[in-house]
Design a protein around this ligand. Structure first.
Ligand SMILES: [Cu+2]
Length: 147
């Protein structure tokens, strides 16, 4: 199944996720634990981590450090974690949904409210978002390949 990238938390989505977690893996490939250390410096994670590729049903853990306070947000899965300088934040999830999902850094999380959360992903490649103080910066993409 594929979830469309969206910033709306949907109860249905959570129920689907929980159901899939309970049902577990029915394929012939055993899920793998995948750990990624993301170090955000100057609003990037570097070329080696801007594409995180995993296989469906893998158990993914992101360990995140940052040089700027904000929020890390994985679209589609709609997972968020507050990130703070001087500490390591973790996001753990099962990669049940296949597809390509942007993960973003939201700077100034106080302005990051549901309903006011507008993304213009077209601007990221041009670097336009870096000009704004309250920025949503695409750090990279999570790619979940079908098992
Ligand atoms: Cu976002």
């Amino acid at each position: 199944m594929t979830l469309k990238p969206t910033c709306n938390t949907s109860l249905a989505g959570i129920l689907v996720l929980l159901t899939l977690l309970v049902i577990g893996c029915s394929g012939n490939r055993e899920p793998v634990a995948r750990n990624f250390n993301l170090s955000i410096v100057n609003r990037t994670v570097g070329a080696e981590h801007n594409k995180l590729r995993v296989t469906q049903d893998d158990q993914v853990t992101l360990h995140i450090t940052t040089d700027e306070d904000g929020t890390l947000h994985i679209h589609g899965y709609d997972l968020e974690s507050i990130i703070k300088t001087g500490q390591t934040s973790e996001i753990q999830f099962k990669a049940n949904a296949t597809g390509k999902f942007a993960f973003e850094m939201h700077v100034d999380s106080e302005d990051h409210k549901q309903g006011e959360h507008q993304h213009n992903h077209d601007t990221a490649d041009k670097g336009v978002s870096h000009e704004f103080e309250n920025a949503d910066i695409i750090l990279g993409f999570l790619e979940v390949l079908p098992k």
